[in-house]
Design a protein around this ligand. Structure first.
Ligand code: XMP
Length: 492
C-alpha cells in the first residue's frame, strides 16, 4: 500500500511537505516512550530536534539561551560586526535562567516615555542594552507623571546602588528565594561587573506555568551550547577567531547555494585550524551538492533553497527544490556518510516537523515558526489589532543594507537584488511554552508511524517500511479544517 520514499521521490516532481502524506503504521508503545534526541552535527547532540535559524529577527542571546535550555540550539546571525556577534554568544552563555526580560533597557541619553514592550520597569544601562553596566532604573508608576515632559530618563531614574545584584548562575530556586527574602519585585543578574538579565516576580510566575524543561544543551564548559553563522570571505576567518574566543560550539557557513569553491575552501580551513569545532555546510538541495561538501569535510548539512517563508530565491533565480524532495534526496546520501541533515525552512506546523524528520533529517531549522516569540529580537508592534513582531529575510533589501549580502554573493555586484522580503508574524508567546507542546505533537506523529526514535524512523524509511503518497489539491483541502462557518485554531 502506498509508495516507498525511494519510488515516490524519483518521478521527476519536486514535492514539498504539504504535497505528501505518510500512511499510518503500527503502534506498540506509548507516546511518552518516543525519544526525539538527535544529532545536530557529527559531535553535537541535542535532546530535541529544533534549531533556530541564523537570522537577525530570530537568533540573538535570548533565543540562543532558551533553545539550549529546551534541548535544541540556535545559530547567532552574522548580520553585525564580529565583536557584536561574539558578545551575543557570551551573553547567551550567561543566561543560565533563560527568561527573556519583560522590562525595557535604554541608554542614559534616552528621553520620552515607556514603550508597549517595556513592562513595569525601564533599566538604564551604559550601552542601552544587555550585557552592560547598570546605571539605574525607573518604574512605570514614577515615569507616568513625567510622560509628556521633555526630560531625560537619567535625571529621574532611581539609583542602582539600592539594588543588590546576584550572580549570573543562580538557578530558579535561588532567584525565587532572593525575591522572597528581599521582598523585591525583580532581581538583577550580574556577571563580571555587567548586568546579564533582569528577572521579575511576574516572569517567575509565568515560567512556573510552562512545561518542565528537560535536558538542556550544555557544552563541556558547563554553559549553554551556542552556534553561529559565518560567511566565506577572508574577514570571516577573522570573525571566527572572535567567535571561538567567545566560546562558540558549532558554526554554519551561511549561503543560499553552498556548493561553491569559496565554501569548500572555508570548510577545509576551519577543519584544519579548529579541528575540535563542528562545521555545518550548505545550503544544498541535491545529491551532487551534498557529496561535494561531504568530501570537503562537513560535520552536518543544511538543506533548503527557496523553501523559507520569506524567500524569493526560486522566483528571482529559478533555482531551488521542493523541500520534501530536497530533504529526502540529501538525507539519503548524507546518511551513508553519517552526516546529519538539518531541514531548513518551510516549517509552519508540527506535521511539517514530523515529515522533515521521517524523510531523513535529524533536525529542523526554523525562522518564522520562532520569530513571533518573546525570545526573538525586536519589540512587539500592533498591526490591524494584532500583536506582531517583525520578521525579515536575510536576503531582503533591508537586511542586506545592514550587511548580510555575503549570503547571497552580492559582494562584487554593484546592483543589489533582493531574494527575500520583510514582513511580520503573530505573537506566539514564549518558545519555552510552545516548543514543548510542539514536541509532544511530533511524538504523537512518530507514534502513529510506529517509530519510537529518529533512528527507528530512518530505519523504517530506508527499509521502505514507511509508505507515503502524494495528496491531490482536494485531499489537501480535506486534510485541513473545512466546511465550518467559523472556528478558532488553538492547539494548546
Ligand atoms: P522559514 O520558513 O522557517 O525559513 O521562515 C527560514 C529559512 O529561510 C532562509 N532564508 C532566506 N531564503 N531569502 C531566501 O531565499 C531570504 O531572504 C532568506 N532569509 C532566510 C534561511 O535558510 C532560513 O533558515
Amino acid at each position: 500500500d502506498g509508495f516507498p520514499a525511494s519510488k515516490l521521490f524519483s518521478q521527476g516532481y519536486s514535492y514539498t511537505y504539504d504535497d505528501v502524506i505518510f500512511l499510518p503504521h503500527y503502534i506498540d508503545f506509548p507516546t511518552d516512550a518516543v525519544s526525539l534526541a538527535t544529532n545536530l552535527s557529527r559531535n553535537v547532540r541535542l535532546s530535541i530536534p529544533c534549531v533556530a535559524s541564523p537570522m537577525d529577527t530570530v537568533s540573538e542571546a535570548h533565543m540562543a539561551a532558551a533553545m539550549a535550555a529546551l534541548g535544541g540550539i540556535a545559530f547567532v546571525h552574522s548580520n553585525c560586526s564580529a565583536t557584536q556577534q561574539a558578545s551575543i554568544i557570551r551573553s547567551a552563555k550567561s543566561l543560565r535562567v533563560p527568561i527573556a526580560p519583560t522590562v525595557g533597557f535604554v541608554g542614559p541619553d534616552a528621553a520620552g516615555g515607556f514603550g508597549p514592550a517595556d513592562g513595569k520597569y525601564v533599566f538604564v544601562t551604559e550601552s542601552g542594552t544587555l550585557p552592560s553596566r547598570m546605571l539605574g532604573y525607573i518604574a512605570k508608576s514614577d515615569w507616568e507623571d513625567l510622560q509628556d515632559k521633555d526630560v531625560k530618563i537619567f535625571d529621574y531614574m532611581r539609583d542602582c546602588k539600592t539594588v543588590e545584584n546576584v550572580p549570573w548562575n543562580y538557578d530558579l530556586g535561588e532567584i525565587e528565594a532572593v525575591l522572597e527574602d528581599r521582598k523585591s519585585d525583580f532581581v538583577v543578574l550580574e556577571r563580571d561587573g555587567e548586568v546579564v538579565n533582569v528577572v521579575t516576580k511576574d516572569d517567575l510566575e509565568r515560567l512556573k506555568g510552562y512545561p518542565k524543561l528537560g535536558v538542556g544543551t550544555v557544552g563541556s564548559d558547563g554553559e549553554w551550547m551556542v552556534g553561529a553563522a559565518i560567511g566565506t570571505r577572508d574577514s570571516d576567518k577573522e570573525r571566527l577567531k572572535h567567535l571561538v574566543k567567545a566560546g562558540v560550539n558549532v558554526v554554519v557557513i551561511d549561503s543560499s547555494q553552498g556548493n561553491s569553491i569559496y565554501q569548500i575552501e572555508m570548510i577545509k580551513y576551519i577543519k584544519k585550524t579548529y579541528p575540535e569545532l563542528d562545521v555545518i555546510g550548505g545550503n544544498v538541495v541535491t545529491v551532487y551538492q551534498a557529496e561535494n561538501l561531504i568530501k570537503a569535510g562537513v560535520d552536518g548539512l543544511r538543506v533548503g533553497m527557496g523553501s523559507g517563508s520569506i524567500c524569493t530565491t526560486q522566483e528571482v533565480c529559478a533555482v531551488g527544490r521542493g523541500q520534501a524532495t530536497a530533504v529526502y534526496k540529501v538525507s539519503s546520501i548524507a546518511s551513508k556518510y553519517g552526516v546529519p541533515v538539518i531541514a531548513d525552512g518551510g516549517i509552519s506546523n508540527s506535521g511539517h516537523i514530523v515529515k522533515a524528520l521521517t524523510l531523513g533529517a535529524s533536525t529542523v531549522m526554523m525562522g518564522s515558526f520562532l520569530a513571533g516569540s518573546t525570545e526573538a529580537p525586536g519589540a512587539y508592534e500592533y498591526q490591524n489589532c494584532c500583536r506582531v513582531k517583525k520578521y525579515r529575510g536575510m536576503g531582503s533589501l533591508e537586511a542586506m543594507t545592514k550587511g548580510s549580502d555575503a549570503r547571497y554573493l552580492g559582494d562584487t555586484a554593484k546592483l543589489k537584488i533582493a531574494q527575500g522580503v520583510v514582513g511580520a508574524v503573530a505573537d506566539k508567546g514564549s518558545v519555552l511554552k510552545f516548543i514543548p507542546y510542539t514536541m509532544q505533537a511530533v511524538k504523537q506523529g512518530f507514534q502513529d508511524l510506529g517509530a519510537s526514535s529518529l533512528h527507528s524512523a530512518h530505519e523504517l524509511l530506508y527499509s521502505s517500511t514507511l509508505r507515503l503518497e502524494v495528496r491531490t489539491g482536494a485531499a489537501q483541502v480535506e486534510g485541513g479544517v473545512h466546511g465550518l462557518v467559523s472556528y478558532e485554531k488553538k492547539y494548546f
